[in-house]
Structures are given as C-alpha cells and as structure tokens.
Design a protein around this ligand. Structure first.
Ligand code: HEC
Length: 111
C-alpha cells in the first residue's frame, strides 16, 4: 500500500516536472470553461463559426501569454467589447484553468 502511494506520488511529481508550461490550472475544468470560446476562436473538435472579422488563434497559445491577455481585457487595458465581457466574468482560478487548457492543446487545434 505504502509502496503504491509512493509510486503514485512519484509519478505525478514526474508528470508535473515534465510539463511545467501547463501544470498550473486544472485542464479539465478549463475545458468546460472554455466551451463558449470555441464559437469564435475555433478550438479542437469544433468548427470555426465562419468569422467575418479577425479572431486570433488561442488553441496551443502560450500559457503566460493567455493569462496576460485575459488580465488585460479584464482590467480594460486591452479593449474589445466581447473579450472584455468574457474576461471580466472570470476569477483568477478560471483564468488559470482556461490558460492551462488552451496551452495544453497541440497545433492541431488550429486546423
Ligand atoms: C464573440 C466572439 C468571441 C468569443 C465568444 C471569445 N472571443 Fe476571444 N477574441 C475575440 C476577438 C474578436 C479577439 C480579438 C480582439 C482584439 O482585437 O483585441 C479575441 C481575442 C482573444 C485573446 C487575445 C489573443 C491574442 O493573440 O491577442 C484571447 C487570449 C482570447 N480572445 C481568449 C478567449 C477566451 C478564453 C474565450 C472564452 C472564455 C474567448 N476568447 C471568447 C472574439 C471572441
């Protein structure tokens, strides 16, 4: 029993060390929270709703970059009505989870 627990602890530590870029938030929770983003940003498994304006790719984007961008929208340092409304409704945890999920996606999310 003790041995199993130690092995599990060792494995999760190894996993955390192996992926420092997206070990901060909860990827599964972020996936749920990022559901509404797909319509505009076109994320893995979802078709992009034909955008008539430029929508930046966020799937596979850098974790720190995503966090910074969402904070900037929330604080009004970047202004875009839709994104500000989205970002203002998020808690720190939400932003962490969403950034973790999006940064965990591979390039295929861009297709
Ligand atoms: C109604 C459409 C729409 C929805 C829904 C939407 N976005 Fe956006 N998003 C945009 C547009 C348009 C921009 C570009 C805005 C600008 O020029 O500042 C943007 C920009 C961004 C950026 C900055 C990207 C960059 O490279 O600068 C991030 C990060 C982002 N969105 C994340 C999200 C997340 C996370 C969600 C879901 C919670 C979401 N967006 C939902 C339309 C949307």
């Amino acid at each position: 029993m003790t041995l199993i627990l130690r092995t599990l602890a060792g494995l999760s530590l190894a996993a955390a060390l192996a992926s420092p870029a997206f070990a901060k938030g909860d990827i599964e929770a972020g996936k749920q929270k990022a559901y509404t983003c797909a319509g505009c940003h076109g994320i893995t498994g979802y078709k992009n709703a034909y955008p008539t304006y430029h929508v930046p790719r966020i799937a596979g984007q850098n974790y720190e970059y995503l966090k910074a961008a969402l904070h900037e929208y929330a604080k009004g340092e970047r202004s875009h009505p839709t994104m500000q409304a989205q970002a203002e409704s998020f808690s720190e945890q939400d932003i962490d989870d969403i950034a973790s999920f999006l940064s965990s996606l591979s390039e295929e999310g861009a297709k």
